[in-house]
Design a protein around this ligand. Structure first.
Ligand code: HGY
Ligand code: MN
Ligand code: MN
Length: 415
């Protein structure tokens, strides 16, 4: 029988897989753009699907395009110990956000094949669709669907920022399959991901043992004012949507100074008609709020709405606020977290328990099944940036921790 401590992944193969996938949707100046349900996303998914088939996995594709590869167990309890992540990216994405979790999951299964390791439980890897949510909201859509929190009938009509619906995209790029991932078949979920922040780097640690994830609130605010002449219109006669939008953006930053631990971002802001000498008739902006405690998030949202209403009343601008995502903070299953911690210790990697600042599919999966996450350091603590980078050594370390955490959950049967 192969002893688990000797089984290690093939770091070179995983690194070259990351480089190969990064060629799909590669941006001219570096980085990657594979927006969800785009042709680049489809090419990336085809690549991953083929790699799953090459690894001899049983491949299932569900109606919104989540791809699952399964390696059976010896039983009697064959429920699936699942890993995975996403391969869609933001518009200025990097090579590792999401892709690491999918390709490392594949690498783990290939390693089990090569070392002829049998596991009691089935082991699988999933590539969730539309984790980023930048084209079609909400984010983490694929895992929301698998965990039954979002139905196909709600997903298909969702219109993206470019005006297309998901249904149109699914039909166009032949994304979907018929094999829903059976929810009673899943035992646990462990996701490997880059940290996307500076904590592990600053503390010079190899592995993050993620035991909690922040909550997320996304809203779109549309402000309806009146266009008018920039030179002639007296200040007290203006209904300036641009001024109100800028005031709201400034207030989001003020809120983060008033509520400890709150993070607020205005990532998208557009004015109409967006001309130098015309008072803006309309402003459209997005607001992203994050906090580890739900009541703080709600407090921030309530204060923000009060401020928006006060600004609009004074400027005679009409606001409309549309919720786009509302994801609860989660505390991961203690045993799942311990599996990760034990694996990092057994492999002698330096580690710490930490919260995730970013949202992840594991956060959604945790609503239904025991889940946890593994982080590796991000160079310069950056992500959602074409210069996102993690070292081959940390990629290998993360995948080895994933391998051993999975073995801990899936059990090993004698040959
Ligand atoms: O927004 C997030 O935290 C994730 O990248 N979707
Ligand atoms: Mn991600
Ligand atoms: Mn991301």
């Amino acid at each position: 029988m192969t002893r688990s401590t000797t089984v290690q992944i093939n770091g070179e193969r995983l690194w070259s897989e990351l480089e190969s996938l990064a060629k799909i949707g590669a941006l001219p100046g570096g980085g990657v753009c594979r927006l969800a349900f785009s042709k680049e996303d489809k090419q990336g998914r085809d690549y991953v699907e083929q790699r799953m088939r090459d690894a001899g996995l049983e491949v299932r594709i569900d109606p919104i395009g989540n791809i699952l590869g399964v390696r059976d167990g010896t039983g009697p309890d064959r429920r699936l110990v699942l890993t995975g992540s996403h391969i869609d990216t933001v518009g200025t994405g990097g090579k590792y956000d999401g892709s690491l979790g999918v390709l490392a999951g594949l690498e783990v299964l290939q390693t089990l094949n090569e070392h002829q390791v049998q596991t009691h439980h089935a082991v699988g890897v999933v590539a969730f669709v539309n984790e980023e949510g930048v084209r079609f909201m909400p984010d983490m859509m694929g895992s929301l669907y698998v965990s039954g929190q979002l139905g196909l009938d709600e997903i298909e009509p969702i219109e993206g920022i470019d005006g297309k619906t998901i249904k149109e995209c699914l039909d166009e790029v032949a994304f979907s399959g018929e094999d829903d991932i059976p929810v009673d078949f899943i035992k646990s979920f462990i996701e490997l991901h880059i940290e996307q922040g500076p904590v592990l780097l600053d503390k010079e640690l190899d592995i993050g043992i993620v035991d909690r994830v922040q909550g997320i609130l996304w809203e779109e605010v549309v402000l309806e004012g009146e266009s008018n002449h920039a030179g002639v219109t007296p200040m007290h006669r203006r209904r300036d949507a641009g001024y109100v939008a800028s005031s709201i953006a400034a207030y989001v930053r003020t809120l983060t100074e008033e509520i400890e631990g709150l993070r607020g971002t205005v990532g998208a802001l557009s004015l109409f008609p967006n001309l130098i000498n015309v008072i803006a008739k309309e402003a459209t902006m997005t607001i992203d709020l994050r906090h580890a405690e739900k009541d703080r998030l709600i407090q921030a949202r309530d204060l923000l709405h009060q401020k928006i209403n006060a600004l609009c009343e004074k400027e005679k601008v009409r606001p409309s606020i549309k919720p786009l995502a509302d994801v609860d903070p989660v505390i991961f299953d203690a045993q799942c977290v311990e599996s990760v911690e034990k694996a990092a210790e057994a492999l002698h990697y330096s580690s710490m328990r930490m919260i995730s600042g970013a949202g992840h599919d594991a956060q959604i999966m945790a609503s239904k099944w025991p889940a946890s996450m593994i982080f590796i350091p991000s160079q310069d603590g950056i992500s959602h940036n074409i210069n996102e980078y993690s070292t081959p050594e940390h990629v290998e370390a993360g995948a080895n921790v994933l391998l051993h955490a999975i073995l801990d959950k899936a059990g090993m049967s004698t040959l």
